[in-house]
Design a protein around this ligand. Structure first.
Ligand code: CIR
Length: 257
């Protein structure tokens, strides 16, 4: 079974952190409806949704991906880079402890899960404004004994590593190579985002399909042309908060099948 942990959109969503974008009005009711459509898309692809408790006072709390790295063997609870987001992890720790041995990153490390791209036994960690070298060392300390290789990846002009590169198929990455260099990923094929859609590199690949924002029509056409089975969801409101489709869930295996 595949579980997707999610959380409701906070009524204070419009007060979200912003790093590279200018603040635009966010329609809270539309954000809630789009989030519910996102959860429906995950269910339609066979996932079981487990919602974390609401955190109405944490504007960015819908972006649960940033609170944990979950692998088959272990869950690492992060220490988010934005101070305003530090309190989001306790509820994630509580639920993930039911499914995995849990460890926690500690001061001085900071890391957002959006900076972590797991490709088999290779774990790529973005060196962003949120995620530090100290965090990479702590991640390495926990994961190398389990047989993972941990690679730092510099990035520019984007919030997180997965703002600029995500997995779109068995040997395929969706990338904005203006932000992330392809050279870190030898042995992979690439689909480049459409030049008019720089924010379009974030796709959520699942065993039965892939969830992708409807608003990036030209990059979506590239994905479909390459045979990626895209389920399109409306995700305009999370995009205004610098979030994408991977950010709104933590997906992991549990039990058989
Ligand atoms: C933030 O700046 O933390 C939020 N407004 C956006 C976080 C998006 N999360 C993600 O990409 N994993």
């Amino acid at each position: 079974m595949l579980i997707a942990v999610t959380r409701a959109v906070s009524p204070r969503f419009a007060e979200c952190e912003l790093t590279h974008l200018t603040r635009q009005p966010i329609d809270y009711e539309l954000a809630r409806a789009q989030h519910s459509g996102y959860e429906d898309a995950l269910r339609s692809l066979g996932l079981e949704i487990q919602r974390l408790p609401d955190e109405p006072d944490f504007p960015d709390s819908v972006f649960v991906e940033d609170t944990a790295i979950v692998l088959d063997e272990i869950a690492i609870i992060t220490r988010p880079g934005a101070e305003s987001r530090r309190g989001e992890t306790s509820t994630a720790k509580a639920i993930l402890s039911k499914y995995r041995p849990v460890v926690e990153l500690s001061d001085p490390a900071t890391l957002d899960g959006g900076d972590v791209l797991v490709l088999g036994r290779d774990v790529y960690v973005g060196l962003s404004s949120r995620s530090t070298g100290a965090a990479i060392e702590q991640v390495r300390h926990n994961l190398e004994p389990l047989g993972y290789r941990v690679h730092p990846v510099p990035l520019k002009d984007c919030l997180h590593l997965k703002s600029g590169v995500t997995q779109a198929g068995d040997d395929l990455l969706l990338i904005n190579s203006e932000w992330i260099s392809r050279e870190h990923f030898p042995d992979w094929r690439f689909i480049e985002v459409d030049p008019g859609e720089p924010d379009a590199a974030n796709i959520l690949l699942l065993p039965n399909g892939a969830v992708y924002p409807a608003q990036y029509a030209r990059t979506r056409a590239r994905l479909q042309g390459a045979g990626v089975p895209v389920t399109a969801v409306d995700a305009t409101e999370v995009a205004k908060a610098e979030g994408g489709v991977t950010c709104c869930s933590i997906v992991f295996k549990f039990g058989l099948g």
